[in-house]
Structure formats: structure tokens, C-alpha cells
Ligand binder design. Structure first.
Ligand code: FAD
Length: 461
């Protein structure tokens, strides 16, 4: 139910950006009603479908989002696909301000031959599969091979590497889907190589995720010491977070291990490694012509130093045998409505401080605003910034708040006419309860529902 507040704002997307934008608006304005429209019945975006199942502490933000959703002047409408079920123009008619925060749901492609072979998956889909994203539930990735290659060296790549090599007994205690747990238990993958275009000093991952690899039970690192030439010298001039990451890589790749570590490595049956200065040229098919059997890589050298350096091919080429390729080269926002300005090159909605250019009353936040970079805290800050712009415009007279707007009362009948039945936050809480109940039966915090129809049915019982 909508409150009596006079200023109506809606947020498109129920991920961190949507919830943080709503949180700030509710706190800063006492006379604002904030409605959140989310495509899926279930909220929280990549906190549910991206964050690795073995990082439960990262998901603690859900309790703050839940408080926001339960706020007297906030309303959650799940199962509403903006751009399809309701247009952005219709939302702009019904609300004083509309904030787009629908994230980055597309994949960047490598643009190399063989990319569509069986056994090649975008990390987004692979992660979606083990995290129960309904659209990825049938992925069934083939894990019947010894070597997996991951292209890209960010935290998502490290998450995927870790999940592929983690002991099943550890994963069992997480909210990873039972289906993927069963598949991983049968996995024959013994070796995971995480390949990057540039050098050790340009790795995008962070030290926590790398340390988890270094400490992963039953694994040994398989690094190439010669790839670290000159890196120790560079340590003196690099800033702190990267310095710690680089020190850990150097220690793992170059230093002779202490006796205990040597023994641990010797006994390990699995291995992982970072590979540098390699760009994909072609994914190679096996004898059947359908399944991946290897990848051809260009060997690069670096021009320039630090973050600004570029990889330039040397002309040398090498081939790696592998039966699984996961591309982790970035997510990408997509346009959802032709009426909204979109920059196809940067794949964001062009904006200044969250205000969409040439569209009064339209805003954006989160990954749609910045591109798919940064952690939840980054998303929080940029969403607070956008909310701040909205508050400024609501109070400065920039937006005409003297004319009454219907808010959800205007949108409800449209949805109804189109046969769309929104899921409320208390409906979601029924799904949540059911997932926890199913999880408890298996000693897990949650067993996610994988099917939208089943979510809807559960919400309505
Ligand atoms: P999203 O989280 O993607 O939310 C967008 C929401 O919009 C989704 O719920 C989506 O369903 C909805 N939506 C999409 N289209 C529509 C539409 N047409 N109509 C209505 N709703 C729509 N950060 C950390 O701090 N720690 C981590 O451990 C971590 N792990 C990560 C792991 C992975 C694999 C990924 C990809 C990211 C990770 N991040 C992590 C980063 C973090 O997830 C992002 O910073 C954050 O989720 C971005 O928030 P967002 O709201 O912009 O996008």
C-alpha cells in the first residue's frame, strides 16, 4: 500500500543500487514515497545471483535492504519487467522522478572464432548457474575435463576458479544450488588457469580473493616464475592495496616454499595458476567439431607501465589444451526502453551526477550509471550520490512537485490490464521462508527456488 506522501519516486531494479538509492531518499525526504520495481519475483540482484555462495558475510547487506523495503514509505513490486510490462514513459507520467538502477545484465563477448562452441561459457552464466539465476538453471556446464581456462583476472574470475576447485564438503554448507553442487561433486576438473591480457601488476582481483586461492585445501599453485621479472622492483612504487596483492603473488610464484607448504603442495591433487600476457585468438574445437578442446592465445608484451599500460601482441602464439573455457571479461548494461538515452559504446545511460542527460526527472544509479565496476560499497556511494541529486531537484523546484502524481495507483491498473501480478515484499518473505526451510532440511542456509513459476506459486500460497 502506498503512503500519503506527496512526492512520488520510483526505482527500477531491486539490486544494491535500487535499495541504496531508496534508503537515502527515504532518509533525506520525509514527504517522499519510494516504489521499487524489480523484474524477478525475488529481490537483491547480484547479492543473490552474483556474490559467491561461500562469501555469506558479503550478503549481510540484505538485512539493511530488508529494513528499507519494510519502511512505511517504501513499496516493493517484484515480477515487473520495466520496458516490457510497463514503459519508462508510463513510469515518468506516474512519478515525479524515476531512477533507473537495473544493473548490467549483458555479457561482453571476446569476438574470437569458436566462442560459441560447447563448453565455452560467459562467467555471468556460470555464476548464474551455481547461484540459481532462473535463466541459467539449465546451463549444465560440462565438467568432464581436466583443465579449465578462465579468461580475465578480476574477482569474478577468482570466484569461479575457487568454486571449481573447492572441497564439496565446504560448498555443501553454503547456499549454492543443489544441482550445481551435484555437478561439481562429479567434476573431473583438476587444473584451473586464470589468464590475463596484461601482467601481474595489472591484475584486477583483490588480495582477499587471491589469498583464498593460495589457501584452498588440496591445491597447489602453478605459476610461471619468469612472468614475474621486474615485478619485485616495481613493489616500491605501487600503492598499498595493489602492493599487498603483488607481494602475495610474488611469494606464491617465486619464493621457495617453507617445508610445511612444500609438503602441502606435494600432496595436492588439484592445481591453479595465473597466466599473464596472453589474449585469446581462437577457441579450438575437438575432433567432433562441436566441443572445445583448446584455446589459441597471442603472447603479448606491455607498452607503458602501471594501470595505463597496454598489451601488444608479439606475434608469438601458443595453444593450451582445455575442455572448459569461462570468459570473465565483464558484464555490460543493456538498453531496456528505446525512449531512454543510452551510450552503446560505454554501455551506460549518459548522465551527470546521476541525472540522465536531456530527460528531466529521470536518473540512474549503480552499474547502469558507472559501468560494471566496483564492489557493493562503490555501488552504495554512487547510489547515494544519485539520490542526493534527486533530493536537490525535488527541493529546488527543478521538478514540479506541486502537481500531484498517482505513483503506484497509476501503474497498478496498467499492470493488471496486462496480466502482470506484482510480488510484494511480504510475498518475497514467503519465498524466503520456503527456501530456508528447504535449505535446513539439507544442512544449508537456503535452497533457492530456480523457477519463476514456482517462486510465484510459493509467493501466493
Ligand atoms: P544488480 O545487482 O545487477 O541489480 C540490478 C537489478 O535490476 C536486478 O535485481 C535485476 O533483476 C533488476 N532488473 C534488470 N532489468 C530490469 C528491468 N527491465 N526491470 C526491472 N528490474 C530489472 N561486490 C562485493 O562487494 N563483494 C562481492 O563479493 C561481490 N561479488 C560479486 C560477484 C559477481 C559474480 C558479480 C558480478 C559482482 C560481485 N560484486 C561483489 C559486485 C556487486 O554485485 C555490484 O557492485 C552490485 O550488485 C551492483 O548493483 P546494481 O544494483 O547496480 O546491479
Amino acid at each position: 500500500a502506498s503512503s500519503a506522501a506527496h512526492q512520488k519516486v520510483c526505482v527500477v531494479g531491486g539490486g544494491p543500487a535500487g535499495f541504496y538509492t531508496a534508503q537515502h531518499l527515504l532518509k533525506a525526504c520525509q514527504d517522499v514515497q519510494v516504489d521499487i520495481y524489480e523484474r524477478l519475483p525475488v529481490p537483491f540482484g547480484l547479492v543473490r545471483f552474483g556474490v559467491a555462495p561461500d562469501h555469506p558475510e558479503v550478503k549481510n547487506v540484505i538485512s539493511t535492504f530488508t529494513q528499507t523495503a519494510r519502511h512505511a514509505r517504501c513499496c516493493y513490486y517484484g515480477n515487473v519487467n520495466v520496458g516490457t510490462d510497463v514503459s519508462v514513459e508510463e513510469l515518468r507520467e506516474a512519478y515525479h522522478a524515476v531512477v533507473l538502477s537495473y544493473g548490467a545484465e549483458g555479457n561482453r563477448s571476446m569476438g574470437v572464432p569458436g566462442e560459441d562452441l560447447e563448453g565455452v561459457y560467459p562467467a555471468k552464466d556460470f555464476v548464474g548457474w551455481y547461484n540459481g539465476l532462473p535463466s541459467n538453471r539449465e546451463l549444465n556446464p560440462g565438467l568432464d575435463c581436466e583443465t579449465a581456462v578462465i579468461l580475465g583476472q578480476g574477482n569474478v574470475a577468482l570466484d569461479v576458479a575457487r568454486i571449481l576447485l573447492s572441497p564439496i564438503d565446504e560448498l555443501k554448507k553454503t547456499d549454492i544450488t543443489q544441482r550445481s553442487l551435484d555437478a561439481l561433486a562429479q567434476s573431473r576438473v583438476r587444473r584451473v588457469l586464470v589468464v590475463g591480457r596484461r601482467g601481474p601488476l595489472q591484475v584486477a582481483g583483490t588480495v582477499k580473493e587471491l589469498r583464498e586461492m593460495v589457501n584452498l585445501p588440496d591445491t597447489k599453485p602453478e605459476m610461471v616464475a619468469s612472468e614475474f621479472e621486474g615485478v619485485a622492483e616495481a613493489l616500491k612504487v605501487i600503492p598499498r592495496p595493489r602492493k599487498r596483492l603483488t607481494e602475495l603473488m610474488l611469494k606464491t610464484a617465486v619464493d621457495p616454499p617453507a617445508e610445511k607448504e612444500r609438503q602441502r603442495r606435494q600432496a595436492a591433487s588439484l592445481s591453479w595458476g595465473l597466466r599473464f600476457l596472453r589474449s585469446p585468438l581462437e577457441v579450438l574445437a575437438g575432433p567432433d567439431g562441436a566441443r572445445v578442446a583448446g584455446i589459441r592465445l597471442a603472447v603479448n608484451r606491455l607498452e607503458g607501465t602501471g594501470d595505463g599500460s597496454v598489451a601488444v601482441p608479439t606475434g608469438e602464439v601458443e595453444t593450451l589444451d582445455c575442455g572448459l573455457v569461462i570468459t570473465s571479461i565483464g558484464y555490460k548494461s543493456l538498453p531496456i526502453d528505446p525512449a531512454v538515452p543510452f551510450d552503446p559504446r560505454k554501455a551506460i545511460v549518459p548522465n551527470s551526477l546521476g541525472r540522465v542527460q536531456q530527460a528531466a526527472g529521470l536518473y540512474c544509479s549503480g552499474w547502469l550509471k558507472t559501468g560494471p565496476i566496483g564492489v557493493i560499497a562503490t555501488t552504495m556511494n554512487n547510489s547515494f550520490d544519485t539520490a542526493h541529486s534527486v533530493v536537490e531537484d525535488l527541493t529546488s523546484g527543478c521538478l514540479d512537485v506541486t502537481s500531484a502524481k498517482p505513483g503506484s495507483t497509476g501503474i497498478g491498473p496498467l499492470l493488471d490490464k496486462r496480466g502482470v501480478k506484482p510480488v510484494s515484499f511480504s510475498d518475497w518473505e514467503k519465498i524466503n521462508q520456503e527456501e530456508r526451510r528447504r535449505g535446513a532440511a539439507q544442512g544449508k542456509p537456503r535452497e533457492k527456488l530456480l523457477d519463476v513459476e514456482e517462486m510465484l506459486k510459493t509467493a501466493r500460497t
